[in-house]
Design a protein around this ligand. Structure first.
Ligand SMILES: [Zn+2]
Length: 266
């Protein structure tokens, strides 16, 4: 019995990973953006050429291309048992690898060496080329995850539902910032202001002025968190995270406890 349950749990976990992934971030020209834990090189944009070479361009905190300069990258790709180091060549400010190994689902592990840095910074791409059932793009390049997240988050119709989402996003904000999960923070700091704004419209006229002011403070603080993490300077977010908590506490005091503390249904 126990092993059957375990098997079922594993099966469910497996199905989940096949049919759903988190939200990916894309550049305006369709490259996949990967966060790097570096102040001077905060993002990489990855594309794959028609002849299956990885093309890597570095981006600043606002996701604008930066000059390659003296940066060096090593790239390893392929199934774990046969991962291969790929040669890399610079073409302008883009690094291009040799043809990637066969395989439909493996990790591309990149190590960035910045000029003068004592050690390299890793970043990676889950290169899954199986077509998404919904958009038919290869999974690594599928944007379906953004349909109902970030600024496209679905706003519940009633106040308790909005608070449940806000409470969920508060948890995700704290988890993401603790773990320095840059891509998760990007999502949550886009969705949270949308939910906070929805609060105002669903509140009685008598409390609207107070709520409007607090929601505005909350959005400013969330923007501060977003900017600090986009610049890969987590310490600069602390003050803003504090303001998020204090402002939320003041907001909650304006609603009945059972509404302000509502949780999402499982
Ligand atoms: Zn898709």
């Amino acid at each position: 019995m126990k092993s059957t349950l375990l098997h079922l749990a594993m099966l469910l976990a497996f199905c989940g990973s096949v049919h759903a992934h988190g939200r990916f971030i894309f550049s305006p020209n369709g490259g996949r953006i990967i966060a790097i834990d570096s102040v001077t090189t905060p993002n990489a944009e990855l594309k794959v050429s028609a002849d299956r070479r990885f093309e890597i361009t570095f981006l600043d905190k606002d996701r604008k291309p930066i000059a390659l300069g003296e940066r060096k990258v090593t790239v390893t790709a392929g199934d774990r048992s046969a991962a291969k180091k790929l040669s890399v060549e610079a073409k302008g400010d883009t690094l291009i690898t040799e043809t990637a190994p066969e395989g439909t689902d493996y990790y591309v592990i990149m190590q960035l060496r910045e000029p003068g840095a004592a050690k390299s910074v890793p970043f990676r791409l889950h290169f899954n080329t199986i077509a998404c059932g919904e958009c038919k793009e290869p999974e690594w390049h599928c944007d379906c995850g953004s349909k109902k997240s970030g600024k496209n988050v679905e706003v519940p119709a009633d106040l308790a539902g909005v608070w449940a989402e806000i409470n969920q996003h508060t948890e995700e904000l704290h988890e993401g910032t603790t773990d320095k999960a840059y891509e998760a923070i990007d999502e949550v700091t886009e969705a949270f202001p949308v939910l906070a704004t929805a609060l105002t419209a669903k509140t009685d006229a008598a409390k609207q002025a107070d709520v409007t002011k607090l929601v505005s403070d909350l959005k400013t603080a969330l923007h501060g968190v977003r900017e600090a993490f986009a610049a890969r300077k987590p310490a600069e977010a602390n003050l803003h995270l504090d303001t998020v908590d204090k402002t939320l506490a003041a907001l909650k005091a304006l609603y009945p406890a059972e509404i302000a503390n509502a949780k999402l249904k499982e």
